[in-house]
Design a protein around this ligand. Sequence first.
Ligand SMILES: NC(=O)c1ccc[n+]([C@@H]2O[C@H](COP(=O)([O-])OP(=O)(O)OC[C@H]3O[C@@H](n4cnc5c(N)ncnc54)[C@H](OP(=O)(O)O)[C@@H]3O)[C@@H](O)[C@H]2O)c1
Length: 293
Amino acid sequence: MVPRSAPPPLRAEARRIEVKLMMDGKTYPTVGFVGAGNMAEALVSGMRAAGWPAECVWVTNRSNRARLDWLRARYGVCVTQRKDELCEASQVLLLAVKPKDVPEATQQLRPFVRPGHRVVSVVAGLTLASLERAFPNLPVVRAMPNTPSAVREGVTAYALGRWATEEDAYLARQLFGSVGAVVEVPEERIDLVTGLSGSGPAYVFFLVESLIEAGVRAGLAPEVARDLVVQTVFGAARMLRETGLDPAELRRRVTSPGGTTMAGVGALEEHGVRGAFVEAVERAARRARELAS
Ligand SMILES: NC(=O)c1ccc[n+]([C@@H]2O[C@H](COP(=O)([O-])OP(=O)(O)OC[C@H]3O[C@@H](n4cnc5c(N)ncnc54)[C@H](OP(=O)(O)O)[C@@H]3O)[C@@H](O)[C@H]2O)c1
């Protein structure tokens, strides 16, 4: 796992590539987003905040011109409704459409794809084998980021296709590392990652909603409850990251026998919250596998 604050590890091959890119006067490859929805925006927003130049980010969608104009106004990126123009401008094609729209999008791209392009997909359930069938002989990367990428606190797992090289691994680390932590996993783990960290922010938002509701029901003003809960979640996450301690150990340290926290955690155990999270991850991962088929 590469923490956001640390530079991505540069293997020998990758180091050479960076030197080559810098000699070309260009440190960033041009990334063309196919799809301009929530996930594309999270990545665009994080990449721009990380200093990715606006002229190295292109975006297209199917038909929503207003959305493209909005993205251009907000992030300064280049937009087009033409796939030939997107392919011409981009070295990396980043597929960010819904799984059901993949056949149409790949069919539209195929006439304009050329050797030298690389394809990175963030589509849940879309396998490397399918990507390689859609883009024969091109290096492909299957990635699973999550939406906190928008604030450069995302986490992305990726797997490489059979034509992908160290250069593609470096690209994945450069691209997703600019918006959070990055980890390479075998492809058979990506569906699990989808259920865990891809869908994970929604589980945390659900937890936050529930805690705020509990605070309000007990008599707190909604904005006070929100401030208390958001800062608690943020502080707990920072403690986990900065101490590196096991969560069970951190929990033990705030739970004195017979005390208030023990009473609260007891209620969570009685209501099967742990089991509910296990089931949530399994069900989301199963859904990712279903989408693949
Ligand atoms: N949201 C997440 O947390 C998350 C996390 C990890 C991965 N993902 C993956 O990211 C992908 C996109 O999710 P999303 O939430 O961003 O979806 P979304 O908000 O519905 O956006 C989908 C985008 O795809 C565009 N599109 C559809 N068909 C197209 C085509 N033929 N050519 C070009 N663009 C096309 C749509 O354009 P129009 O609006 O013009 O139709 C829209 O901009 C999904 O496959 C999902 O599995 C999402």
